[in-house]
Design a protein around this ligand. Structure first.
Ligand code: MLT
Length: 259
């Protein structure tokens, strides 16, 4: 599937950044601009989001990863590239790494986890997907996710950011949102994968992330052969939006350390 994408900057390395659910590529814009001063940065809308196609679901993480492979080929990435993903973007990055490790020079896993959903969490997502489908509206997802996405303090202190995140969610198509909920519910457990990968892996997390807390990032960096951990002060689950400069600095430090 042909994905819509933005491209920033140039440099010896190419970094592809995958967004979280249900937000779209704009969540990476500030970080990508910053990193674009020293790298080529490609930021797609995943299937079911923004300017990319939203066919009827359910989707699978493998299908979303195949879309990223097609994008990499379309962008001429013949050399191994750096692949980053935030939350659902991290699930897609892990699905990609499981099948195409030879295409990658590093993995950057932001506010995500390598484990699958518990049975309870998966059932909750299936119920939510059914609500989105029956109402043909993403509002049930906005209601369920918006209160958890940012650091608690942001809801009082950063009303503009809360409104921006709400607007990003509200503009996603209902078919795509339901398709991705089902893909997340059915995703594989990749916790055993990280120790098999021999390229560097960065686990980055907001210290106040309540969806994929710092312990998930610690577990990923500890199980990787060449793992690094970065905890972003004061940020919740959406580090790229809550602390874009610190997030870009951490990613840049990591990329410089492996160059
Ligand atoms: C995301 O930010 O992509 C989602 O919160 C991921 C999830 O619900 O597991």
């Amino acid at each position: 599937m042909k994905l819509a994408y933005d491209e920033f900057g140039s440099g010896a390395r190419t970094l592809v950044l995958l967004h979280g659910f249900p937000l779209g590529r704009a969540m990476w814009t500030e970080v990508a601009r910053d990193l674009g001063t020293s790298a080529r940065v490609i930021v797609p809308d995943l299937r079911g989001h923004g300017g990319s196609p939203s066919p009827a679901g359910p989707y699978t993480m493998d299908a979303l990863a195949d879309d990223v492979l097609e994008l990499a080929d379309h962008c001429g990435l013949t050399q191994p590239f750096d692949l980053g993903g935030l939350s659902m973007g991290g699930y897609v990055a892990l699905a990609f790494a499981a099948v195409h490790p030879q295409r990658l020079s590093s993995l950057i896993l932001c506010d995500t986890r390598a484990t699958a959903d518990t049975a309870e969490a998966a059932a909750g997502r299936e119920t939510l997907a059914a609500k989105v489908e029956s109402s043909d509206s993403v509002e049930p997802v906005v209601e369920a996710f918006l209160p958890k996405l940012l650091a608690l303090s942001a809801y009082d202190e950063k009303p503009d950011l809360v409104a921006k995140v709400r607007a990003m969610m509200a503009q996603q198509p209902a078919t795509g949102v339901a398709g991705c909920l089902r893909a997340m519910a059915r995703r594989a457990d990749h916790s055993g994968l990280l120790k098999t990968l021999d390229f560097p892996i960065l686990a980055l997390v907001g210290e106040a992330d309540r969806i994929t807390p710092p312990d998930d990032a610690r577990a990923m960096s500890a199980s990787a052969r060449r793992g690094t951990l970065e905890v972003i002060d004061g940020a919740g689950h959406l580090t790229s939006l809550e602390a874009p400069a610190a997030t870009a600095d951490a990613i840049r430090r990591f990329l410089q350390s492996i160059s």
